[in-house]
Design a protein around this ligand. Sequence first.
Ligand SMILES: Cc1cc2nc3c(=O)[nH]c(=O)nc-3n(C[C@H](O)[C@H](O)[C@H](O)COP(=O)(O)OP(=O)(O)OC[C@H]3O[C@@H](n4cnc5c(N)ncnc54)[C@H](O)[C@@H]3O)c2cc1C
Length: 334
Amino acid sequence: MLQQLASVGSLSAHLRSHGQPSDLALSIQLIAEISRVCGASGFMAWCQAACGLYLEESGNPALSGERLHRHITGQTLGGTGLSNPIKSYAGIEKLLLKATPEGDGYRLNGSLPWVSHLQPDGYCGVIAQVVAGGVATGRDVMVLLPGTAPGLELLPCPAFSGMEGTSTFAIRLNNFKAGSADVIAEDAKAFIKRIRAGFVLLQCGMGLGVIQGAIDSIRAVESSLGSVNRFLDDQADDLQVEHDALKAEILELARNPLPPDLRRLIAVLAGRARCSELALKAAQAALLHQGARGYLASSPVQRRIRESHFVAIVTPALKHLRLEIDRLSRDLTD
Ligand SMILES: Cc1cc2nc3c(=O)[nH]c(=O)nc-3n(C[C@H](O)[C@H](O)[C@H](O)COP(=O)(O)OP(=O)(O)OC[C@H]3O[C@@H](n4cnc5c(N)ncnc54)[C@H](O)[C@@H]3O)c2cc1C
């Protein structure tokens, strides 16, 4: 299904290379429409969209030519293993992968605990700390890893409480050789600064879709249970107003790429945080409105609760966003 969506351009509207002017707002809406039905599919659509951004922005002809074309058209699928570096740049954890320069590329070692939308014939973008003689050089490199290769293992993850079916694996690298054709950015920190607003705004599509799906579930029982459901705190019309205002704000940020200053970055992070907060509230409300039918293991309402939890814990998690907003707001007033 994801390949079919990609083949009609649904996962690449934000890219310059897909044949039309790039339209980040359209990509967010497309991811939202997918997530409205299935949050796991929406997350994988985001993975594919984000990975496309890495390939295009790499400026490496080996990645941004034919390889990007195959990615855009859904002939190949790729994910993103950036949770660890993004948390590392926020001071939350240490970089898990190390890269030692060798020849025209690097030898990579280390493990990442979870990377989704990954399969043996796929690929994903990761970041490693460059070390020479066992000492950190102060630079990180971003590379595209294949799904299978000597020195690279995909390991099954423990069972998750939701989002199963996202093809999520741990990756173990043991002297894996990445050549210059695989390098997305020699300076990964600068690269992340350049793409982070797009990366985060695209993720908002997943949150908006989960919120809208929850509102749909509330409306689905309005005629049968409305007389008693009206005593609940969160009603579909109110949630819809909140959703529409949030969506308008996010699309405005996506349509008007102001200079990437601190204020705009804070607005992007705040929009993403509100997606998490409202997804949690709307999914919980949908369960209360649907009652026992929403408590069935097979109910989309039940599944969407776990999807909303994922929206709030996937990097940047709600707690991480609040930390960054707090730090950046203090920088702004200094
Ligand atoms: C279903 C699923 C799919 C994901 N897909 C991706 C993906 O495609 N790409 C990607 O980069 N990240 C992915 N992640 C990771 C995700 O983005 C978050 O980084 C992760 O959920 C932890 O975020 P946190 O900020 O809440 O850290 P916390 O939960 O607060 O964790 C703090 C630290 O402890 C580690 N930790 C906690 N519990 C465990 C455990 N049981 N086993 C190993 N380490 C643990 C965390 O990795 C982190 O370093 C996925 C996670 C899940 C659950």
